[in-house]
Design a protein around this ligand. Structure first.
Ligand SMILES: [Zn+2]
Length: 173
């Protein structure tokens, strides 16, 4: 939906062809609009859809390659190593921090986050790759360390994107 507010403005311009009278003189009164748009998109998550739908069910899924047995998380519909179509596999939702970043600036889409916030790269139990997501309720930054046990925690939303239905929290080892 657009809200239109318009006014005629007079925008004179010299005739680029020379000193003749402006041939466009009758058309120098132009309307300038202020437009505000609200747009709704239908956005498909495609072959990754089940991962996000299962977050609503508080379940964490990866994909396993039937050829090399590698377990990918975030899920890949096709194994990047051998291009075999993978299958869904549920993981426990537990893992260990392999690396992490402390961020002191939140981009606009994450402006709801209190800074500093922590992005953790987690090796999930049963997975061969790392999954990066927010680590919350970690207490003091000095408590975060390599090998720290974490678990996926879920929320019921509403959220701007289904990936925000989950986060990591410290877990008992
Ligand atoms: Zn493979």
């Amino acid at each position: 939906m657009a809200t239109v507010t318009g006014k005629l403005k007079h925008l004179p311009a010299p005739d680029p062809l020379g000193p003749n009278p402006d041939p466009w003189a009758d058309f120098r009164e132009i309307e300038v609009l202020g437009l505000e748009w609200t747009q709704h998109y239908k956005h498909s998550l495609g072959k990754y859809s089940r991962f996000f739908l299962e977050l609503e069910n508080r379940r964490f899924f990866a994909t396993r390659c039937p050829k090399c047995q590698k377990v990918w998380t975030p899920p890949r519909p096709v194994c990047p190593d051998d291009l075999t179509i993978t299958g869904w596999v549920e993981l426990s939702g537990r893992g260990q921090v392999v690396s992490f970043s402390v961020l002191h600036y939140a981009p606009a889409m994450l402006s709801f986050l209190k800074t500093p916030y922590v992005l953790a790269y987690v090796k999930m139990e049963g997975a061969d790759t790392l999954f990066a997501h927010l680590l919350q309720n970690f207490g003091d930054l000095s408590q975060i360390r390599h090998g720290m046990p974490v678990r996926v925690v879920y929320n019921n939303g509403p959220v701007d994107h289904p990936i925000m239905l989950m986060a990591f929290e410290p877990a008992d080892s």
